[in-house]
Unconditional design. Structure first.
Length: 145
């Protein structure tokens, strides 16, 4: 029996927290597109196109920020209808520098053919910059986007 879109989004979040590349390969379409906020750090700014790029965003770029095994995702709301899923969740983790991370996200998914075809990520990027002690690129003048 195929996964429901609700289950597909939940499975994605669990795989993201676990950095589970095998599961991500199964549930992301080959040509998935992941849109990130324009205010995010340049290394994370999208869109990220293709399964390999999406998995790298989770396992390499995102994985470099947090201590492996500390990421926890707790869904707060999930609404699924007609191939679209909206999820609000809280993610906690320990940063590579040892700081606690606790942020809220809203992800929107477009599902097609039993896989995730598109992701829109919304996150408090101001909090991210603060926790990681990074000056936003639009303040220091290095952002040319």
């Amino acid at each position: 029996m195929p996964r429901s879109d609700h289950d597909l989004a939940t499975e994605f979040l669990n795989a993201m927290a676990a950095r589970d590349s095998d599961t991500l390969r199964q549930i992301l379409s080959e040509d998935v597109v992941w849109h990130t906020p324009p205010s995010t750090m340049p290394a994370f700014r999208g869109p990220h196109v293709g399964r390999a790029a999406a998995i790298a965003l989770i396992t390499e770029a995102g994985g470099s920020l947090f201590v492996a095994g500390t990421q926890r995702i707790a869904p707060m709301m999930i609404v699924a209808e007609g191939g679209l899923v909206a999820v609000q969740f809280r993610m906690t983790a320990q940063t590579a520098s040892g700081r606690d991370y606790d942020n809220q996200y809203a992800f929107f998914f477009r599902c097609e053919g039993g896989q995730i075809a598109e992701i829109w990520e919304n996150v408090d990027t101001g909090y991210v910059y603060g926790v990681f002690g990074i000056e936003p690129t639009w303040i220091n003048g290095t952002d040319k986007a």
